[in-house]
Design a protein around this ligand. Sequence first.
Ligand SMILES: [Zn+2]
Length: 289
Amino acid sequence: MTLPSIDTTVTYASGAVTSSSTVLHVESLPDGRFAVLLAETACHPIDAAWPDQGADRAVLVFGTRRVDIEECVVGATDGLSLFLGSDVPVRKGTEGWAFVVAHIVAGEAPREGAAASVEVDEAHRQRVSAGHTACHLASLALNAALADRWRKDIPADALGHPNFDAVAIDVSSIGENCSTDTYRLGRSLRRKGFVSEDIDLAATGAAVNRVLGRWVESGAPITVRHAGAGLTDRRFWECELPDGSVSIPCGGTHAQSLTRFAAIRVALTLEDVDGTSVVRMDTRATVVA
Ligand SMILES: [Zn+2]
């Protein structure tokens, strides 16, 4: 019943959809299900600290059994207790804590020390990876389209434009071949120097789509660079765009190249949420058949 003292080794970031490993720990949960910790996994978990990309769909295979992984979440342990999802009480990198991928299964769990493998739904993974890549590109193109609306200096994005996406983001959510980002045009954004008056979202969206069209046409390669294979090791999404090489911290999964896409397009709409103007960017990726 020992809890691991090091992070789970994760292979999804480099594109793996299967993994074979050893069961390190099985914990009975209050709802009758089990949290299964493996030494290594290909299953992308949802991270409560940054939940933009959801969990993979996958099965856990042990002996002759195949069990659906009902949820896959980031957890953490100090060696005494296991905390899951939003119950994790510490930040990543906290001394004495290991961050782990918890595979939640019902009915039957493997024994500790047994061999177990993970098989991810590859088609679903590919659609979510395309959505995540499109999300990064759309936010960079949006920053470029809004670059001349800033009256003050704010931190720049990977292409050198004022990083509207980073300072205004409210919720980012990645789906299958799509993503949705919402941005608050509130008082705090205006104080940072953003001019939101008379913003023409149709023209802004058209400008974003022109940039995206050019980028998709370039067929640029994408790599995920990482310092190590542990769950909390820093990872970077990198792409050789025609406008320059970009490197963005990201723990998700991605398309391997822009040749995967026939098109990436956004639609921008303005909503009023409790008196604050919110820009909603719906991004849709059309992948090559
Ligand atoms: Zn990302």
